[in-house]
Each structure stands twice: as structure tokens, then as C-alpha cells.
Write a protein that binds this ligand. Structure first.
Ligand code: C2E
Ligand code: CA
Ligand code: CA
Ligand code: CA
Length: 277
């Protein structure tokens, strides 16, 4: 028995060690991921709840590691933040999205795109200039780029974050609070932020069809947001039931697997055509 337990513990330690090795490897390789063309963006559509029209797409990052295969952003974004590499990824993100929007625009598709910013991006004083110069370079209107920032990112340094967001807002970028409901921001904090959009976290949307509590939370969030003059997006819409409920609750935009999973960039034009027809 004691031996079995020792063996278990040994396997546990080996597991820990493997995880540790994996993290070290990811952190090391992250630094070259962008330069070596291992990063890709996938795009997930967002639709207008009432009209069903396409409102835009959220760009989500993917890392195709040469030996480990596809690594999830839930794993590598956190590591990039901890190891001080996130600015590198964000720079790549901004350039790629700018180039992509310009390419679509050249073919007559004026799409609105959302990107995700991390806690460190939001307090980076160089970010507003960098974003502006990319948009300028590709002759794009900043109003077509929505910057998604989580509540928890803002809360890490509210004063600095507020300052950066204010600058971005002044330059015409659209700002959304992502994962709303999962952080601990107070109402007054949200109210003083220069934002236009709240994205209700998918954990509340998943429960819509069978949890009365989640329905209450979603209903009051929509009400609260509207009263503050904000537009509301629901993410994680996976069923027609949630879509129907969100329509009844007056949610402005919907995003989720029920509409589409995130797709490769080359699939976007075909998807739009099929959806529109
Ligand atoms: P997020 O910004 O909250 O993005 C939504 C996540 O939910 C995405 O996961 C998306 O694929 C997934 N999702 C969308 N609809 C559904 C649905 O109906 N059901 C379910 N189960 N999931 C759905 P993904 O792409 O794995 O990204 C995870 C997180 O990684 C993102 O959460 C975001 O916080 C972060 N992330 C992704 N790309 C970037 C990036 O370029 N920069 C930064 N800083 N963070 C990123
Ligand atoms: Ca997001
Ligand atoms: Ca989210
Ligand atoms: Ca998230």
C-alpha cells in the first residue's frame, strides 16, 4: 500500500516536471513564434440579434508549434504575459489585423474586427500610437476596430488603464469590456470607463436555458448596460434556445458556435456569402 502510494506520488512529480518542461519550452519558443510564421488568426462572426446581419468578426490567435502542434491561447497568452512576451504578440496581432482588414477592404468588404488586449497592453503607453499608426498605414478607420479588454485586466492598474483607454477612445477606436461578470469591477468603475460595449461572459450564456439565476444575471446585465448607453454582446451562444432568449432579453449582438466556430481567414469570404444568401 505504502509502495503504491509512493509510486503515485512519483508519477505525480513526473507529471509536474513534464508540465514544467512544457512551459519552459513554450516560453522559449514564444519569442520566435511570430517571426517564424507560427502564429495565425482565426475569425469568429458576430451578428446583430434582431436583423441577423453580420456585425463583424473577432480575431482570435492560434499558435502552431513545430513539435507540440496547436497550442491554445488559454495556455500561451498567460505564459506570454508572465514572461514579458505579450507586447511582441500584440504587435504581430495589430499588424496582421491591419493588413487583413486592408486586404478585405480592397475587395469591397468593409468588416468590423475585434481584437483582444491583455492587461499589459492596456497599460502600455506606446499602444495608442502603435495602433493609430497601423490604421493610418493601411488607411483604415479606427472606428472599425474594436478593442476587447477584460475587467480583470483593467483592475490590475485602473488609473493607468483608464488613461490608455481614454487615449484610444479619443482616437476613435471602439472599446469593449470582455468577460463581463467574471471580474470584480464595480458599477462605478464601468461607468467611468470610455467604453461602448459589454460582452457578457460565456459562462452565463451557457446556463441560460436551464438556470434561472443565469437568466436573471443576463437580464440585469443587459438592462444595466443599456441604461449606461452601452451595446451588449453575448458570447458562447451555442443553441437556438439561447439565441431566442437573448433576442427576448434585448441583447444587441450574438457570438458563438451556434452562429459559427472561429474559422480560418481563407474561409471568411465563403462563409459570408453562404450566410447572406
Ligand atoms: P475570449 O476573448 O473570451 O474569446 C472567446 C473564446 O471563446 C474563444 O476561445 C472562442 O473560440 C471561444 N468561443 C466562442 N464561441 C464559443 C461557444 O459558443 N462555445 C464555447 N465553448 N466557446 C466559444 P479561444 O480562441 O480559445 O481564446 C481563448 C482566450 O484567449 C480568449 O478568450 C482571449 O482571452 C485569449 N486570446 C485569444 N486570442 C488572443 C489575442 O490575440 N490576444 C490576447 N491578448 N488574448 C487572446
Ligand atoms: Ca474577446
Ligand atoms: Ca470573452
Ligand atoms: Ca476569456
Amino acid at each position: 500500500r505504502a509502495k503504491a502510494s509512493r509510486m503515485r506520488h512519483l508519477r505525480y512529480l513526473e507529471g509536474q516536471d513534464e508540465q514544467h518542461q512544457r512551459r519552459l519550452m513554450l516560453v522559449r519558443d514564444l519569442q520566435h513564434a511570430a517571426a517564424q510564421g507560427q502564429l495565425k488568426l482565426v475569425y469568429q462572426p458576430q451578428i446583430d440579434t434582431k436583423s441577423g446581419e453580420i456585425n463583424g468578426f473577432e480575431a482570435l490567435m492560434r499558435w502552431h508549434h513545430p513539435t507540440l502542434g496547436l497550442v491554445s491561447p488559454d495556455e500561451f497568452i498567460g505564459l506570454a504575459e508572465q514572461s514579458g512576451n505579450i507586447a511582441l504578440l500584440t504587435r504581430w496581432l495589430i499588424d496582421s489585423v491591419g493588413r487583413q482588414m486592408a486586404e478585405w477592404e480592397a475587395r469591397g468588404r468593409m468588416l468590423r474586427i475585434s481584437i483582444n488586449l491583455s492587461a499589459q497592453d492596456v497599460i502600455d503607453p506606446a499602444l495608442p500610437d502603435r495602433l493609430e499608426s497601423v490604421m493610418h498605414h493601411y488607411r483604415l478607420s479606427p472606428a472599425r476596430l474594436c478593442l476587447e479588454v477584460t475587467e480583470s485586466a483593467i483592475i490590475q492598474d485602473p488609473v493607468l488603464a483608464h488613461r490608455t483607454l481614454e487615449k484610444l477612445r479619443c482616437r476613435g477606436f471602439r472599446i469593449a469590456v470582455d468577460d463581463f461578470g467574471t471580474g470584480y469591477s464595480s458599477l462605478s468603475q464601468i461607468r467611468s470607463l470610455p467604453i461602448e460595449e459589454l460582452k457578457i461572459d460565456k459562462s452565463f450564456i451557457f446556463g441560460l436555458d436551464d438556470s434561472a439565476d443565469d437568466r436573471t444575471i443576463v437580464r440585469s446585465t443587459i438592462e444595466l448596460g443599456h441604461n449606461l448607453g452601452l451595446e451588449i454582446v453575448a458570447e458562447g451562444v451555442e443553441s437556438s434556445v439561447s439565441r431566442q432568449l437573448l433576442n427576448e432579453l434585448g441583447c444587441d449582438y450574438l457570438q458563438g458556435y451556434f452562429i459559427s466556430r472561429p474559422m480560418a481567414v481563407e474561409d471568411v469570404p465563403d462563409w459570408i456569402e453562404q450566410y447572406d444568401s
